[in-house]
Structure formats: structure tokens, C-alpha cells
Design a protein around this ligand. Structure first.
Ligand code: Q9C
Ligand code: ZN
Length: 646
């Protein structure tokens, strides 16, 4: 279903109305003699060119910039500041312009600056208005100069007018738009000091900024971005800062902050609209940011926000200084807005220990205002951390006896991981593209029956009850179809604990069928490429995926023999791929233990063990939400499987 839609969409406009705003006139703001500067016109040109050559802009409504009216700018800035920016590019300022700029913090000015500043602010207003009215579902304004550092009476940090703050006030003041609560997410690597100050006492605007802080040593180098800065008066609690203690933060750090701060708070706040101060200077490769967010990371961060405000989201460019990084990051975000989920390239890492410390500090500071932040984070969760400067790549569910040793072998420096990533991907690209054209049914009998849990293996992330983060598949497209079937196999639970679910047994399927047994299976139609990524995640292995675990030859073999034991993941618990027949000409595959394991379970060498409550509940949820059983029936189905002798 999804595939058909995507195909028909590829030549036409998206089903979702997505706005994109670009205007060459914003390139006329540059350094006086065009001396090199990170915030230069090529930034927005690079993004625009990338979106055009990727066919993205063709699927969007393309808008051009409009100058903001002074009355809107004056809702954020003082009259003297507006007068200065309006006039700074005129001839009468020619002799004074450079001196004025040099008295400001990190600002240059030229003859094009005024116009560009008005266009940038006006453009964010323009797209925000259209999204608010429902003429567009969402939009991206590719603007410069950036805005989030600009304060009431001060241009700074490459910013002249605070574009996002101005658009926010515009939305709130145009009462007939019906926008009364706005969430601003500032994921630029720098603190959005100007935006914070604008809405400091305003409970209609929840300002959230995650930024490198280093205890006040990172630009703008003061305490404004500390987590203790929570707003004041009626605005108390409506300002949330997540200050990184160090650079090198990446997808895992940002996702942890989303999952444990931003998303729960967004749920409780329930915004009418979301504006993102979308700097891409936390991207891997940025010369100023020193962080490591991948395009996939940005896509995930954005996707998680699409569940709020009925998807009414506006992205406004802020910083971001590596032309390639910002273009790829912007592209990944546009794919999310267009809802065409083909973002690839994931990085598995745990958050830094310092990240958990910061998350706890923020939750502690704000729990009086947001009840969803009140619970202590489970120790199991926060003990998942990346050694500095090393990183743990790997995954979810595998439970090799010597997992710890195995994992030690997988620890390698972050730098190697990043540098090698391209090479690793290109080495694996040939098998991936081959296998991405082959569909299979992946038949699940355990926690994967619950769709959100299974999606972690595809999209990355984790759901309630899981104590580990999944890396996801390289191909993030969701299953093309889901279907339930009953098979004559025995479901049982064994082993004592898992890394993902903690204490308690996990589900296994007896690899042989027996007429009087029945098992409910949820079948996901995914590609053979994705099946490989699921196999990899289900069986923690040091296997590097430069070639597939299960290829076309294995597929032929399993069809003929009924099952196939995978040497490469021998130590994983689900190393046995079992063929369950065909469904509409597509093979049905599952993964479980092998017959020798069954002997060990029977002899007691490996224990049978009932599942934990969390894990059992996940199975029940799968069966109930999948429309297979009532809750009562599901509970007794699981109970029977957990108690009947093998
Ligand atoms: N030692 C934005 O990303 N750095 N602004 C100045 C002085 C200024 C970044 C360093 C960085 C400003 C929108
Ligand atoms: Zn920045």
C-alpha cells in the first residue's frame, strides 16, 4: 500500500502540502569585501540546490520571501534596533557600517544586510501564517541571516532580527488564526538566547533549546543557557534548556533528550503549532558545532515532533556551516515533512554519561511544572552510556552468554566509526540494494507482535518497558503490510533475563510444527534487506554487516530445508531462520532457537522461565491491538505458553 503511494507520488506533488521558501535576495547579505565567513550566502544556495536536485522542491509549494512589516518586528525588538537594521545598508551608513558591526558581537554588515534581515523575518512569518491557516501542512523557510541570538536591542551571533520570535508573536497576535500555544524547539548547537529572553515571562510559548554549553564556555558564553533558566512569573516552567557539558553529542544524546524531556512535555503542553529554530550546526562535520547529529538523527527528531499540533510544523534555518552536512540534514527533514520515509544511515551509540546527568538535572528542575518529568529514570536506562571517547555500537535483543566479552570487541573510537561509516556503507551498498527489492513476511511471535516495538528495529528508538535503544534498519520504510496468521507451532518462554526487558524469560518458537499446537503470529511485509537488519539486532553480534547475514542463497536453502542455522550469529538466541510457507507468493520467515537448544531447554540446562510483566504486557498489547484476542484471552494464551511443559 505504502509502496504504491510512494511510487505514484514520486512524479507528482506530495499528498502532504509542504511549503518551501527560498529567495536569492537573502544572499545579498555577506561580508563587506566578501572575505570568508562561515555564515555566507552559499549556505542557503547549497540547501536549495540539494533540495532541487533531489526532487524535493518539485513536490513542495515553493514560496518566495516577503519583507516583514516593522510593526511585526517591533513586537520583539526595540525601536532603535529596528531603525538601525532598516537603515544600516543605506549609503549614509557607508562610512560607519564596519565600525558599528565591529562593536557588535559576531556581526558583519553590508549593503544587502537590511533587505536580507527583513526578508528572513518576513519569510518565517509568511510560511508560519500559511501553516496556521491550514493552507500548508508544514513548511521550511531557508532563510539567512539567522535569528535566534538576536535580542530586543542587540544583533549578535550572525543574527540581525529574531525571525522565529517575530513569527511566533505574529501568530499569537493574529487572534483569528486560533494559535494560542506555541512550542519553539531550538536544535541549533548554540543557545537561543534571544528567543529565550523574548518569551521569558510568556506561558503561551514553551521555549526548548538544546545546545552546547560547557558550563558557560561555549558561545554565547554566559549562563543564559543553563538548565536553571526556566522562565519567570507566569512564564516559569515554560523555558527549558538542555545544556551539553561537552561536544561530540550525537543522535543517541539528542534522542534521549527527546524521549525523556521534550516529547513528554510536548504531550502535556499540547501546542497548537511548532516552530523549529532549525540550525544544522550540531550536524556531524560542522566546523563550529563539534557535535555529531546525522541526517537520520535530524529526521528522527523531526518525526517525533510531527505527532503534535496536528503536524503543523515550521522549520526556520538558523546556523549550520558545513555545506554538505546542512544540505543532507535539510533533505532528511524535508523527507519527513513529505512523509516519504526513505532516510537511510543510522548510527548506534549510547548517550554519554553526562547526557543522562543533564537529563536528570533538567527533569529535577522542571518537575514541579511538568508532572510527566517527575519519575526518576530507571537505573537500567541511565547505565547505558557511551564510554568517552569510545562508543558502543550494537543493538537490542541478543542474549549471548558471553555478551559482555562480545561487546568489548565492538567498542571502537567514535572517530573511527564516523570516518568508516561511508566506507562501510558503500561496501554493503551492493547487497543492500539487491535485497531491498525482495519482500518477505517476517513472522513474529514475541514482543515484536506489538507494532511500535517492532518499528524500533526499523526506525530505531525504544518503547515503554525496553531498557535499550535500537539502532533501526538502514531502510526506515515501515512494513508494507501487516497480517496475522495462526501456525501449528509451540510458543514457550525461556532463559532468565534479557538486556532489553530485564529479568524474565523471552519468547521462543519451537522450530518444528505439531498439529495440536497453535501460535499467533504477526507478519510484517518487509524487505530482505530490512530482515537482515532485524536479524542483526535480534542477535547481538560483532558481525559488521558488510555482507548480509541472510541472502538469496539462504532464502532458497530455507525454502528447501525448512530452517537454516546462521553461523555468523551462532551466539545469538534467534540464529535459526525458519520457513513457514508462502503467503501470496511471498515467503514467510521467522527466527528462533534451533533444535539443539530445544534439547537444552528440555533437560533444564537452559531454564524455561516465565516472562516479566513488562514483556508479557507487550505481547498482550500486540495481540489485543492487532485485533487477534481480547485482553483476557491474550493473558491466558501467554500464561499457558509460559506454564505448559515443553
Ligand atoms: N570567539 C549561529 O549559529 N562565534 N550563530 C563567535 C567568537 C559565533 C553562531 C566566536 C557563533 C554564532 C546562528
Ligand atoms: Zn548556531
Amino acid at each position: 500500500m505504502e509502496a504504491v503511494e510512494t511510487a505514484s507520488r514520486s512524479t507528482s506533488r506530495s499528498l502532504r502540502r509542504v511549503g518551501i521558501l527560498y529567495d536569492e535576495r537573502m544572499c545579498r547579505h555577506h561580508t563587506p569585501d566578501d572575505e570568508p565567513h562561515p555564515e555566507n550566502p552559499n549556505r542557503i544556495r547549497a540547501i536549495w540546490n540539494k533540495l532541487q536536485s533531489a526532487g524535493i522542491s518539485q513536490r513542495c509549494e515553493v514560496l518566495s520571501a516577503k519583507e516583514a512589516e516593522d510593526k511585526y518586528i517591533l513586537s520583539v525588538h526595540g525601536k532603535s534596533h529596528v531603525d538601525l537594521i532598516r537603515n544600516i545598508s543605506s549609503q549614509q551608513y557607508n562610512s560607519r557600517r564596519n565600525r558599528i558591526a565591529s562593536n557588535l558581537n559576531s556581526i558583519y554588515l553590508n549593503e544587502g544586510s537590511s533587505e536580507a534581515a527583513y526578508l528572513a523575518a518576513g519569510s518565517v512569518i509568511e510560511v508560519a501564517k500559511r501553516v496556521a491557516k491550514g493552507e500548508l501542512d508544514s513548511a521550511f523557510a531557508i532563510v539567512r541571516p539567522p535569528g535566534h541570538h538576536a535580542e530586543h536591542d542587540e544583533a549578535m551571533g550572525f543574527c540581525l532580527y529574531n525571525n522565529v520570535a517575530i513569527a511566533t508573536n505574529f501568530l499569537l497576535n493574529e487572534k483569528e488564526l486560533g494559535i494560542n500555544k506555541i512550542l519553539i524547539v531550538d536544535w541549533d548547537v548554540h543557545h537561543g538566547n534571544g528567543t529565550q529572553k523574548t518569551f521569558w515571562k510568556d506561558p503561551r510559548v514553551l521555549f526548548f533549546s538544546v545546545h552546547r554549553h560547557e558550563f558557560g564556555n561555549f558561545y554565547p558564553s554566559n549562563d543564559d543557557g543553563d538548565y536553571t533558566m526556566i522562565g519567570e512569573g507566569p512564564g516559569a516552567g515554560y523555558n527549558i534548556n538542555v545544556p551539553w557539558e561537552n561536544g561530540r553529542c550525537g543522535d543517541a544524546d539528542y534522542l534521549a533528550v527527546w524521549d525523556h524531556i521534550l516529547i513528554p512535555v510536548a504531550k502535556q503542553f499540547n501546542p497548537d503549532m511548532i516552530l523549529i529554530s532549525a540550525g544544522f550546526d550540531a550536524a556531524v562535520g560542522d566546523p563550529l558545532g563539534g557535535c555529531r547529529v546525522t541526517p537520520y538523527g535530524y529526521a528522527m527528531l523531526l518525526r517525533k515532533l510531527m505527532d503534535f499540533a496536528r503536524g503543523k510544523i515550521v522549520l526556520a534555518l538558523e546556523g549550520g556551516y558545513n555545506l554538505t552536512s546542512i544540505s543532507n540534514s535539510a533533505l532528511a527533514c524535508m523527507e519527513v515533512l513529505l512523509d516519504e520515509k526513505t532516510v537511510t544511515g543510522s548510527t548506534e551509540a549510547y548517550p554519554f554519561e553526562s547526557t543522562w546527568r543533564v537529563i536528570r538535572a533538567v527533569r529535577q528542575e522542571l518537575k514541579a511544572f511538568w508532572s510527566v518529568l517527575a519519575d526518576e529514570l530507571p537505573t537500567k536506562l541511565i547505565s547505558q552510556k557511551a564510554p568517552i571517547p569510545k562508543i558502543l555500537i550494537s543493538s537490542c535483543d541478543s542474549e549471548a552468554e558471553d555478551v559482555e566479552e562480545l561487546l568489548q570487541g565492538v567498542i571502537r573510537p567514535l572517530s573511527t566509526l564516523r570516518v568508516d561509516e561511508d566506507r562501510r556503507e558503500s561496501a554493503s551498498v551492493s547487497w543492500r540494494s539487491d535485497l531491498s527489492n525482495i519482500d518477505i513476511w517476517y513472522a513474529t511471535f514475541g514482543s515484536n507482535m506489538w507494532k511500535p516495538r517492532f518499528l524500533c528495529y526499523i526506525e530505531g528508538g525504544q518503547v515503554d518497558g525496553m531498557q535499550k535503544l535500537c539502532s533501526g534498519s538502514m531502510d526506515k520504510r515501515p512494513p508494507k503490510e501487516i497480517l496475522w496468521k495462526i501456525f501449528p507451532h509451540r510458543l514457550f518462554f525461556g532463559r532468565e533475563s534479557t538486556r532489553t526487558w530485564g529479568l524474565g524469560g523471552v519468547a521462543f518458537l519451537h522450530p518444528e510444527s505439531k498439529n495440536k499446537d497453535i501460535v499467533h503470529m504477526c507478519l510484517y511485509r518487509i524487505t530482505l534487506e530490512q530482515f537482515n537488519d532485524v536479524l542483526h539486532q535480534e542477535n547481538i553480534s560483532s558481525y559488521d554487516m558488510s555482507s548480509p547475514l541472510f541472502d538469496l542463497t539462504s532464502l532458497d536453502c530455507v525454502k528447501e530445508k525448512g530452517s537454516i542455522n546462521l553461523e555468523a550469529v551462532k551466539k545469538g538466541w534467534y540464529h535459526n531462520v525458519v520457513y513457514l510457507g508462502m503467503e501470496r507468493d511471498i515467503p514467510i520467515l521467522t527466527m528462533t532457537c534451533d533444535l539443539s537448544d530445544i534439547e537444552n531447554f528440555k533437560s533444564g540446562k537452559v531454564p524455561l522461565h516465565a516472562p516479566s510483566e513488562d514483556y508479557a504486557n507487550t505481547l498482550v498489547k500486540g495481540l489485543v491491538e492487532g485485533g487477534q484476542l481480547s485482553e483476557e484471552e491474550a493473558v491466558s494464551y501467554i500464561k499457558e505458553a509460559a506454564t505448559k511443559p515443553l
